[in-house]
Design a protein around this ligand. Structure first.
Ligand SMILES: [Zn+2]
Length: 262
């Protein structure tokens, strides 16, 4: 990927080194981080972004990697775009200098040796010494004057040891947040289950009420049918009696006619 500054030394290689050698190697790593994108290893160029570990990235390359879901496992703390901050940084006026950026106020080069910090609130980057030199005691950005807290300060270009400590802290924070999410989901489930039970109970009561009403209606209908059938029977008996009376009268009339008893 166009890395012309050599590879960044791994932790295993650093552990084998003696203390003074280790310090030189650590500085070399920090120096490389001030020059090259921690994702593509290409030379840094504006616009750039940083993560909470303090690595610098070419912003466009990072966007592409997010879109293509190609974030390597060693940068797994970059879960989404919220985990990066676009930086307000000044390009080195000396285009031939090996370091591409400088502090806007002090004009000192961001070289991995000088301590530089970025503010997560506004993205401004400046030399840490500047705060001491200007005797700024309040938490206000010296460039844009936006207020910040200690938590918003990101030390840029860490050594491998510093980076590992910061990564461990970030992973711990991510784990805690995920655990909180799971706990919240479980609490919601308990509430849902309680509401479901209440709904089911209400449904049960309604069904039972409906059953009783049906039964009552059924009983009424049956009673009505029984009453109707009794009325019909009474009617039939009455009709048959009436019919018999007519028959009797007819017979008497016929007999009287035959015997001249009219
Ligand atoms: Zn600022």
């Amino acid at each position: 990927m166009g890395n012309d500054g050599g590879s960044i030394a791994g932790r295993a290689e650093l552990v084998k080194l003696k203390k003074p050698e280790k310090r030189v190697e650590s500085l070399l790593v920090a120096k490389q981080r001030a020059q090259f994108c921690s994702l593509t290893k290409e030379r840094l160029r504006k616009p750039i972004a940083c993560c909470r570990v303090g690595y610098l990235y070419n912003y466009d390359s990072l966007l592409k990697a997010f879109m293509e879901k190609k974030i390597p496992s060693e940068l797994k703390h970059l879960q989404n775009m919220k985990k990066i901050k676009k930086l307000n940084i000044t390009e080195n006026p000396d285009k031939n200098n090996e370091f591409p950026f400088v502090c806007l106020i002090s004009q000192k080069a961001l070289n991995g040796k000088e301590k530089f910090q970025a503010l997560w609130t506004c993205g401004c980057v400046f030399n840490e010494k500047l705060i001491k030199d200007l005797k700024i005691k309040e938490f206000k950005c010296p460039i844009c004057e936006q207020p910040y807290t200690e938590k918003d300060i990101v030390q840029l270009c860490p050594t491998n040891e510093e980076a590992e400590i910061r990564k461990a802290q970030l992973y711990q924070e991510i784990e805690q947040k995920e655990k909180q999410k799971v706990d919240q989901k479980q609490q919601c489930k308990v509430v849902d289950t309680a509401e479901d039970l209440e709904q089911q109970q209400k449904k049960k009561v309604c069904t039972e009420e409906r059953k009783l009403m049906k039964q009552a209606l059924g009983n009424n209908k049956l009673q009505n049918l029984q009453n109707q059938s009794q009325d019909l029977k009474k009617n039939e008996i009455y009709q048959s009696l009436f019919h018999q009376q007519h028959k009797l009268e007819d017979n008497l009339f016929t007999r009287n006619v035959r015997f001249g008893n009219r």
